[in-house]
Design a protein. Structure first.
Length: 772
């Protein structure tokens, strides 16, 4: 291959300075790579050595294999993987064997940052050894001499003989054959070892086959006897089953009767619960109706109070109007009297006028009669007459003016007095209206009404929250009660299961033998535990332990077996096994994991019962260990097959009531633990339920108290609302009355001012008339 198969191209990606995929084509037999220092010339040779299986980072001028990956630069980020691929021309099948059919041979190696390499041969994943085998005897590969680097000549000169031998063998092309020879010798050695092991196994199997044939004959006899025993036990069990079945039918009948009674009681309980729920709903409805009627009662009371207040105000207004009417009538009567006086005065003046007219007529008659006599003196007479007429006219006007002004003065003085009196009365009434106290009372009632409204809303919200808490607490109590019932049912099932297992366990441990039990009571041994009750066996190894210990599982654990030996003579019936832990060996002994004793945990030492007994997972493993046993040692499988030196024992008796003692004991212990946990859980649930029931009672009492407070507050709220409405109405009436009084006072002040001005004017005119 080194002479004919040619390297066509090299592909590098992420390898040292070749960060981008780079392909170097080798077109001729002689190719030179030139360039400045640091351009990557040596990296190409390192890539060729690396892809052909080099595992020494030192040979590649690095500290670790991950150093061949491009580590980044100032302008490029580092990459996470490096790959190099060599492609050889094999068109003339220079590389024979399975690769002769390929025109090209591609060898690729990839490495990532964790330092692990992947090899590919013609794009197929392969081992490093497959790559190195291709280059054996070619001068290439990880220990190649064909790649000559700087300092390689000095290495040859300074090399040791063994190192030179490797180079010479590689150059001679015999390294490939030496490697194949070494592999062939290893295979031959391994084959011889396997043949020797197989011969040993064959001899051991032949020996075991003889023992197994003897044991098979014994097992056949045992099977026949066991079959007869099963038939006898089946007949006995049939008789027992019939008796138990009769009792079971009677018990089932009694249970059905009790279940019927229980269903009746449950039905009655459901009926009572339904009635209680209906009564509670009706109670809530009645409470809502009561609250509604009470609210209506207080609203009607408030309306009545408001109407009574309005009626009272109307009565006061009526009295005020009556008084005003009386005053007006009095003024009207005074005005009428003044009018009568004025009428009388007018009548007097009319009478005087009539007299004067009569006198004037008479005077005119006298004048007419004397005209003829006074014609000579007519001019003088006319002058006198004019003077006389002027005098009469002037005198009449002054008198009339004095009388009119005096009458007017009297009337105005009377009006001024009346207006002054009315004005003082209105002012007194206006001053008597205490707006400050009434406004303060209205504000106080309004503030109290707002506070009561807020308190009522808060209290109503508290009632709603408390009702929600009661509902949530009642639901939580019902849920906890259901959980408690489930826990009790599970506890009852565990107790029943425990009773059944204890009955079976007592029968299996011989505790139902009345004669033996009486003997144990006589010697104060009835409370002593049985050996099976003191053992904890690793799960799955119960059958093996029961097979080995057998009747010892029923043994009564005693202290000082020598003191009881003499008393055993009095036992004339039954089977008794005693076990004294103090004579059974050393306590706290650590056993090898391959012994049966290592599968048992107990405060008793079982060394004298289990000494020399080893364990195996299956019969194949046991057969492999049997040849190593001595005369006093044996081995037992997980399934209960017990081997010894020249003997075998199998105990498969599914009908034996003593079978499964340890499994039942384990289950009893687990059930006792579960019962204790369930009892504790049940007790805690009962306490929690009792506490929650007390919490519910407290919540209901608080709810009832809040309801009572809400009713009282609602009554007070309605009362204050009525008072506030009445006071507000009265205040509005007072404000309206005050406005009326203010208007009246303003009118009367204007009238008084006007009448005083008129009075002053009349007095002035009267004084002027008097002066005239």
């Amino acid at each position: 291959m080194s002479n004919v198969m040619k390297l066509k191209k090299i592909t590098l990606s992420g390898f040292k300075s070749f960060v981008d995929p780079t392909t170097i084509q080798l077109q001729s037999n002689l190719t030179g790579v030139v360039g400045p220092n640091g351009c990557g010339k040596s990296n190409i040779i390192d890539a060729i050595r690396w892809v052909m299986g080099e595992i020494s980072a030192k040979q590649l001028r690095g500290e670790s294999m991950s150093d061949v990956i491009f580590n980044g630069s100032s302008t490029r980020k580092p990459v996470g993987q490096a790959a190099v691929e060599l492609v050889f021309d094999n068109s003339d099948a220079s590389l024979g064997g399975e690769y002769a059919k390929y025109n090209e041979i591609s060898i690729r190696r990839e490495v990532n940052r964790d330092g692990f390499s992947d090899y590919f041969l013609n794009n197929t994943s392969c081992r490093r050894k497959d790559i190195t085998n291709v280059f054996l005897g070619t001068g290439l590969g990880p220990n190649s001499y064909a790649i000559i680097e700087q300092g390689m000549i000095s290495q040859f000169i300074e090399a040791k003989p063994d190192e030179l031998r490797i180079v010479i063998e590689e150059a001679a092309g015999i390294s490939k054959y030496k490697e194949r020879r070494r592999e062939t010798e290893n295979r031959i050695k391994h084959t011889k070892e396997n043949l020797s092991r197989l011969n040993d196994i064959l001899e051991e199997l032949n020996k075991q086959l003889k023992h197994l044939k003897t044991q098979a004959n014994a097992a056949e006899r045992y099977r026949k006897l066991k079959q007869e025993e099963r038939l006898t036990k089946a007949e006995l069990h049939t008789l027992h089953w019939r008796e138990i079945n009769k009792k079971l039918l009677a018990q089932e009948s009694a249970i059905k009767n009790e279940e019927i009674l229980l269903e009746n009681k449950n039905t009655e309980l459901h009926v009572f619960n339904a009635k209680i729920s209906q009564l509670r709903q009706q109670h809530n409805i009645d409470i809502e109706k009561f609250n509604e009627v009470q609210g209506r009662y207080y609203r009607i009371g408030a309306n009545i109070a408001r109407l009574e207040q309005q009626i009272q105000h109307a009565k006061e207004r009526h009295e005020q109007l009556t008084n005003d009417l009386a005053q007006i009538n009095q003024v009207w009567q005074e005005t009428a009297s003044h009018q009568t006086a004025d009428q009388n005065q007018i009548e007097l003046l009319t009478a005087d006028k009539t007299k004067l007219e009569i006198e004037a007529t008479e005077i005119q008659t006298v004048v007419a009669k004397a005209q003829q006599e006074l014609q000579d003196a007519q001019q003088q007479m006319q002058l006198w007459q004019n003077s006389w007429d002027d005098f009469n006219t002037s005198s009449s006007k002054i008198l009339q003016l004095l009388e009119v002004e005096q009458t007017r003065i009297n009337h105005l003085e009377l009006r001024v007095g009346e207006e002054t009196q009315n004005l003082e009365k209105f002012r007194s009434e206006l001053a008597g209206l205490d707006f400050i106290v009434l406004n303060a009372e209205v504000d106080r009632l309004n503030n109290l009404f707002i506070n009561l409204k807020d308190d009522r809303e808060k209290l109503h919200a508290s009632v709603v929250v408390k009702q929600q808490q009661i509902t949530s607490q009642r639901e939580a109590n019902n849920k906890l009660s259901s959980e408690l019932d489930q826990t009790r049912n599970k506890l009852q099932a565990l107790v029943g299961r425990k009773a059944s297992l204890e009955a079976l366990q007592q029968a299996a441990l011989g505790k139902n033998d009345a004669i033996l039990v009486d003997w144990l009571k006589q010697h104060n041994l009835e409370q002593k535990p049985r050996l099976a009750e003191k053992l904890q066996v690793v799960a799955g190894w119960e059958t093996a332990v029961e097979t080995v210990l057998g009747v010892y599982l029923e043994a009564v654990c005693v202290d000082g077996i020598l003191n009881i030996v003499t008393a055993v003579k009095s036992l004339t019936h039954g089977s008794l096994t005693l076990f004294d832990p103090s004579l059974s060996g050393k306590d706290n002994q650590k056993f090898d994991s391959t012994t049966l004793a290592s599968k048992i945990t107990s405060d008793l030492s079982l060394d004298n019962l289990l000494h020399g007994i080893y364990v195996a997972e299956n019969i194949t493993e046991a057969l492999g260990m049997q040849s190593k046993l001595n005369a006093k040692e044996s081995i037992i499988t997980k399934d209960g097959i017990w081997f010894g030196s020249g003997w075998l024992r199998v105990a498969y008796d599914t009908n034996n009531q003593k079978a499964g003692i340890l499994q039942r004991e384990r289950e009893l212990q687990e059930i006792n633990t579960n019962i204790t946990q369930k009892q504790s859980h049940c007790f805690m649930q009962e306490q929690e339920l009792e506490q929650k029931q007390n919490v519910l009672i407290d919540l209901e009492q608080e709810h009832q108290k809040l309801q009572q407070e809400l009713h009282a507050l609602t009554a007070k709220y309605s009362d204050v609302q009525s008072q506030a409405t009445a006071k507000q109405t009265y205040l509005q009436h007072i404000e309206e009355r005050a406005q009326v009084l203010k208007n009246e006072i303003e009118i009367h002040e204007k009238n008084l001012c006007s009448e005083r001005g008129q009075l002053d004017e009349a007095l002035t005119k009267r004084d002027e008339a008097v002066r005239q």
